[in-house]
Design a protein around this ligand. Sequence first.
Ligand SMILES: Cc1cc2nc3c(=O)[nH]c(=O)nc-3n(C[C@H](O)[C@H](O)[C@H](O)COP(=O)(O)OP(=O)(O)OC[C@H]3O[C@@H](n4cnc5c(N)ncnc54)[C@H](O)[C@@H]3O)c2cc1C
Length: 387
Amino acid sequence: MERDIYDEDHEAFRDLVKDFIKRHVTNEAIERWNAEGEIDRATMLAAGEAGLIGLSVPEEFGGAGMLQDYRFRTVVMEETIAAGAGSLAGALGIQDDLAVPYLVHMGTQEQKAKWLPRMATGEIIGALAMTEPGAGSDLRGIKTTAKKVDGGYLVNGSKTFISSGATADILVTFVKTGEGNRPDAFSLVLVESGMEGFEHGKKLHKMGFQGHDTAELSFTDVFVPDENLVGGKEGLGFVQLMMNLPLERLSIAVAGAAAAQAGYDWTVAYAKDREAFGERIIDFQNTRFQIADMSATVDALWAYVDRALLAYKDGKLSAEEAAKVKFWATEREWEVLDAGVQLHGGYGYITEYPIARAFLDARVHRIYGGTNEIMRDIVSRQIAGKR
Ligand SMILES: Cc1cc2nc3c(=O)[nH]c(=O)nc-3n(C[C@H](O)[C@H](O)[C@H](O)COP(=O)(O)OP(=O)(O)OC[C@H]3O[C@@H](n4cnc5c(N)ncnc54)[C@H](O)[C@@H]3O)c2cc1C
């Protein structure tokens, strides 16, 4: 089914992204990222130079000024995932969807001026550090504290599962600045790589997204100056996280739809090419039926995700609607990629093939950004009229 959410500006931007991919997303680069467990800085800088980063950063701070129009980010996601570079899609997504928004929408003027121009070029890599060994879904259970001292805060604690955590220069870090677990007991502070007492821990070995780093972090009496308190006011951290949730969830839904689309396209091409019993795989009725199902699912995915993209652009995507599209899209993604792996036979299990990598990457879409169980809880609580 033809999609109709893009105009000529988006398509012109797509050409630019494709050109970047032609130059920088080679099989050799993908293998290198996977071997090193991170996207190298040169690639991030090249992405910045090509205009693929900082899409929501206002023009005055060196960005593209797209603020609420997530369609440009969707183009980046579609093209990088279709190129078999899910890890690059992930790294660009962390920068633009999880780190940059806290400065664009919630930073002070000084914070914006200090960080955004270099985040838009890829010179400064950002990350969002919320999860801890003992608190993921239940974020109010975090133990990392930021104690007020003269001129700033002393941060103590640890974080885990932080995407871009090994390579990030600046980490939007969720900390406790108050007692108890009321929403106003939390703040977001900007921890900078190199601050005394701050350590990027080890990179975690994951089943998917092999080329994008995920790491532990530790904080021992890290002095964070007052000027690094996001928004310049204490006690706003929980509300700030809530404000970015629709975007975070939408971005995962988009990644899911883009991966399902890519998986479908790879599978159709493969099934037309591969032969068994003297016939093309696609000539078997089972294959055709599977592909028909995949095709319908991909159409439905885009219809729903595109609707959410437009709602977001108009400022109308609620946290609940974003939760709904996140769990639904990532589960359809899983079905499509699973069928795609099956139709690739043994090759579907070999990570040299993009279908295998996309399948492994997809598994975490149902876990991070809030697990799909938590998404269902949010949606059903609202329906039930429960707080
Ligand atoms: C590759 C990767 C990248 C990540 N990137 C980041 C990042 O950049 N920044 C960051 O801060 N975090 C990140 N995370 C962390 C991620 O968001 C959490 O892992 C996720 O929110 C789940 O938290 P948890 O692992 O503590 O699981 P738990 O919260 O311990 O959940 C375990 C199980 O219990 C279920 N469960 C929990 N509570 C409920 C409930 N109320 N009702 C029903 N079921 C429930 C969950 O759904 C899950 O199935 C990342 C994780 C991974 C794996």
